[in-house]
Structure formats: C-alpha cells, structure tokens
Design a protein around this ligand. Structure first.
Ligand code: C5P
Length: 257
C-alpha cells in the first residue's frame, strides 16, 4: 500500500460550498491538500479557501495564469495572500522586524495564509514566468510569510500533441527553471525524464491519475498513482475518481493499492 498522505492533492472540481464542506469533511485525516480552480473561485471568491483552511486543508490555487507579464505578476501577488483576512494582511504590513520569527505569530500566519502552491501556464513565456515569481515574492516579503510554491503548467494531460510531448514538456521545464519557479505540472509519462534532467529539488505535480479499472474520462495521458510516484512525482492530483465515487475513501484506498 502506498502512503499518499503527503502526496495526494484532491481537485475540488465541484460547484457548491456545500459539496466542498461535505467532501473535505469526509476526507479529513486522509487528505492534506486541495486544489481550487476558477470553477469555485469565480462563484464564491476567497471564502472557499477560508473554508478549506479552517477544515485543516492546505490550498493549491490552480488558476494557470497566462497573460502579459504585468498581469501575471500581480495575479501572483494577490494569490499569495488569497483567502486571508484583510485585517491580518494590513497588520502584517506594519510588523516590526523580528516578529515573524515569533512562534505565536507563526501559528497565526499558518492558520491564516492558506496558499501553499499556485500555477502559471508556461505559455506565459520566460518573461511572464519571471514576473510570477517577482509578484509572489514581493507580496510574501510585504507580509513576512513564505511565498507559495509556483509551478508551471506544461501540457494539459487532456492534450495529446501530434509532436513529441516529452520534448515540449522538457523545453517548458527549462523555461520554468530559468525563470526561478519551483517546478512543473506534467503528466507522469514525462515525470521520470523531468526528474532526471532537473534533479531532486524540482517539484513535479502530476494530474491524469487513475486507479486501475477506473474511467480515464477526458484525460488522454493517464497513469496509476504508483507509476506517477515511481517516476518522481512529488504531488499527484486526483479529481473525478474520488469525486464521482459512491465511497470516496474507497477510491483513495484503490489509488493506494
Ligand atoms: O478529474 P481529474 O482527476 O481528471 O482532474 C484532474 C485535475 O487536474 C483537474 O482539476 C484539471 O483541471 C487538472 N489538471 C489536469 N492537467 C493538467 C493540469 C491540471 O488535468 N496538465
């Protein structure tokens, strides 16, 4: 059995806060990380991040920024503190130097700043990717917090390019490295080569994960959790196999087999 506790990210691809609460509650103690996209954010705003955080989850904010560098920069700037209270944000801006090392303060921050990872699309280009790091770093410094991990989306796992997928992913991973991001989102089918080329510090996030016998849905390049982790994935992202299951805990067990 695989221990997925520090690796599994559940994609919160649902439509209502009621469904969010129900799912996070069901998965409490089993799942640490939750991925939130515009599907929930456009409807409910940062409240959805607050709910997940209050229930003990860490948030992966997957908004795949792809825009001019200035917009990418300030989208990452805002995402760095998304879902935290405005009051705490302003208090943090006026902190005396040294207080950020105080354990009590660290605990408050831990409970308030929910974003542990964000995404930028590598189509934003090296300049766009650099501006992502700049925006997140600037905000994190202002608030005396760690900046979230920033990963670049290479190819969607629902895409099956006619040209060589591995070549595309490796080229984009180079842009990511050059721009100072923390890693990439790619399919597990490319993960091993990415790990070999970029070393152990590089973060690899792999969607397109299915337990044996489950539907691939619209995903074109799928693997099992074990294959992804063996290939070097730090995080595996799973949505429908868990969301559509009658018993989501059983689906997690099936993933771990
Ligand atoms: O339901 P399923 O497990 O296919 O969900 C995968 C999740 O990962 C979705 O939220 C999708 O947006 C996301 N994703 C992906 N492929 C990428 C990047 C993100 O499927 N390359």
């Amino acid at each position: 059995m695989l221990d997925l506790k520090d690796k599994l990210v559940v994609a919160l691809d649902v439509n209502t806060l009621k469904e969010v609460r129900k799912l996070v509650n069901t998965l409490r103690g089993k799942v640490k990380f939750y991925k939130i996209t515009n599907r929930l954010l456009a409807q409910y705003g940062p409240k959805v991040l607050q709910i997940v955080r209050k229930m003990g989850g860490k948030v992966f904010l997957d908004l795949k920024f792809h825009d001019i560098p200035n917009t990418v920069q300030y989208s990452c700037y805002s995402s760095t503190s998304s879902g935290s209270s405005i009051m705490l944000q302003s208090i943090c801006s006026y902190l005396p130097a040294g207080l950020k090392e105080n354990q009590g303060f660290k605990n408050i921050i831990q409970a308030q700043y929910p974003v542990f990872m964000i995404t930028v699309h590598t189509d934003a280009g090296v300049e766009g990717l650099r501006s992502a790091v700049k925006g997140a770093k600037e905000r994190a410094e202002e608030l005396h917090i760690d900046r979230p991990l920033i990963v670049g989306v290479t190819l969607l796992t629902s895409e099956k390019p006619e040209a060589d997928a591995l070549g595309i992913v490796l080229e984009r991973a180079h842009w990511v490295k050059e721009a100072g991001l923390d890693g990439v989102v790619c399919s597990a089918l490319e993960a091993r080569k990415v790990r070999e080329a970029f070393g152990n510090e590089f973060i690899i996030v792999t969607p397109g994960i299915r337990p044996k016998g489950y539907s691939a849905n619209d995903q074109k390049r799928v693997t099992t959790a074990r294959e992804a982790i063996d290939a070097g994935a730090n995080y595996i992202v799973v949505g429908r196999p868990i969301l559509d299951a009658k018993d989501p805990l059983k689906a997690i067990k099936d993933l771990s087999d």
